[in-house]
Ligand binder design. Structure first.
Ligand SMILES: NC(=O)c1ccc[n+]([C@@H]2O[C@H](COP(=O)([O-])OP(=O)(O)OC[C@H]3O[C@@H](n4cnc5c(N)ncnc54)[C@H](OP(=O)(O)O)[C@@H]3O)[C@@H](O)[C@H]2O)c1
Length: 260
């Protein structure tokens, strides 16, 4: 690593997995929260920082020249720009976790849906996407367009059981949180500033497939499938695997679900 300090901005679900990994690669790792004492009980007090994008007086808590891993939605864009101006971005490497929801698939009804790579247009009507694009174009941030995150405590079978999602022909792209954490560090280490990388396990599945597997393995009762015409997306990760050289460690969703 060029820099020896990393600050994880917004230490929630993903950051908790990034933190121990990062501690092996950086000399110092800090995690931020808007309420550090309450929300970061497992982080040593001297590694906790208070940071709130909406509270400029907390911005000075971020050490100069430290790399930044931005783990919450980069919005509102005005605050993102003001924070970036205060943070001297040219002296750091910055990784930003975005979402595959940024891709604007328009009204395409092709099925199965076409593969989407990083050249696909993004939806700039979304404030978060504008925040990310500002950071990418003006601060050299590396944007990760992240698929649905699963892992311990975030189980797609539970999402079906509780009705958060329903079986349908719609495609979903998922990434195990341990892969996401490793990819965050890989991009900070060797990603190209100003580039975007899609992050998924490379195997889009339909909710029907996940539902059928869940019925067979997890005692899921029959759920009425609404007549969904949405196609979903199929996210390509060729850039991640070929240019960044990352090998997905958890490619088999169903094998992982057995262990959650
Ligand atoms: N969940 C998914 O399936 C999914 C899919 C694609 C992309 N993503 C994106 O990936 C990123 C990481 O996801 P995650 O689920 O690990 O996030 P998470 O658990 O929600 O953690 C993010 C943390 O950031 C802090 N935060 C929120 N707003 C903030 C603000 N305005 N200023 C400073 N800190 C703020 C919050 O902690 P405090 O309350 O302690 O401050 C929050 O717990 C997020 O940007 C998310 O939108 C998630």
């Amino acid at each position: 690593m060029e820099h020896d300090t990393l600050v994880i901005l917004g230490a929630g679900y993903t950051a908790r997995v990034v933190f121990p990994l990062a501690s092996r690669r950086y000399v110092q790792v800090f995690a931020t929260s808007r309420e550090p004492a309450k929300n970061l009980p497992t982080v040593a007090p001297d590694q906790r920082l208070q940071f709130d994008l909406a509270q400029p007086d907390t911005w000075r808590n971020i050490p100069e020249r430290a790399d930044l891993l931005w783990c919450f939605p980069a919005t509102p864009p005005e605050a993102v720009q003001q924070f970036a101006a205060a943070a001297n971005p040219s002296s750091r490497r910055i990784g930003v976790l975005g979402s595959t929801s940024a891709y604007d698939v328009g009204r395409s009804t092709d099925y199965p849906p076409p593969w989407i790579d990083e050249t696909a247009p993004v939806d700039l009507t979304k404030p978060r996407v504008r925040g990310e694009e500002f950071l990418r174009l003006h601060c050299g941030a590396i944007i990760l367009r992240v698929a649905g995150i699963y892992g311990p405590g975030r189980n797609p079978v539970t999402w079906l059981k509780t009705g958060r999602v329903r079986p349908s022909r719609k495609y979903v792209n998922l990434i195990h949180v341990e892969d996401l954490a490793a990819i965050c560090l890989a991009t900070l280490e060797r990603g190209i500033p100003g580039e975007t990388y899609n992050v998924s396990d490379g195997s889009p599945r339909t909710w029907n497939e996940i539902f059928d597997w869940s019925r067979a393995h997890c005692e899921l009762s029959l759920i009425a499938a609404p007549d969904v015409r949405e196609t979903g997306k199929r996210i390509s990760i060729s850039k991640l695997t070929e240019q960044l050289g990352y090998t997905i460690q958890h490619p088999d969703l169903f094998k992982e679900l057995l262990g959650l």
